[in-house]
Design a protein around this ligand. Structure first.
Ligand code: CTP
Ligand code: ZN
Length: 155
């Protein structure tokens, strides 16, 4: 990337999530549970040109690394995202993740009579039944949710 194109500076330590579909940077932060009150320095770049994707978003979080479980969740809403772990300004790890086979806790089941909406102790549990298009099935009531529903819930 040339200096002309560099909207935000390189970070010292933390995580850079690149190649996010345009407009989904906020959803990525949401999946990570970051809302700003934690105090991390966060830079968002939205709707910038990308050779591979037309337009893309980038999220840079200083002082916070992203683990494998979080990376898998990011993949749900940003299937081609690259997750770069930065130490002393160098990329020390580049994760390209797969869509998880099981998603626990993050999503709500849309079925009002599902046990997960009635028992306060129950946690949601979805299986991935298809990756493209994304389709997830509730393990309790078998309700299926698609990518649009996932996005609506995450945003
Ligand atoms: N980056 C950063 N701070 C650093 C190092 C890298 O913000 N100290 C950012 C870069 O700007 C880029 C991403 O992290 O958005 C990945 O860096 P790098 O692997 O150097 O870039 P590319 O070779 O373009 O990676 P790829 O094509 O795999 O996305
Ligand atoms: Zn259910």
């Amino acid at each position: 990337m040339s200096d002309k194109e560099l909207l935000v500076t390189k970070i010292n330590n933390g995580t850079v999530i690149d190649h996010i579909p345009a407009g989904r940077a906020l959803a990525v932060l949401r999946v990570l549970g970051i809302n700003g009150s934690e105090g991390y320095r966060v830079a968002l770049v939205m709707n910038v040109e990308s050779k591979k994707m037309g337009r893309k978003d980038i999220v840079k979080i200083s002082g916070r690394t992203v683990d494998e479980k979080e990376s898998n969740l990011i993949t749900l809403i940003a299937p081609n995202a690259t997750i770069n772990i930065i130490k002393d300004y160098d990329v020390t790890r580049k994760m390209k993740m797969k869509i998880p086979s099981v998603i626990e806790g993050l999503l709500k089941c849309p079925n009002p009579s599902c046990i997960t909406n009635n028992d306060p102790e129950a946690h949601t549990h979805f299986f991935t039944v298809s990756e493209t298009p994304l389709l997830l099935k509730c393990s309790y009531c078998e309700t299926i949710i698609d990518e649009i529903q996932v996005m609506k819930q995450v945003l």
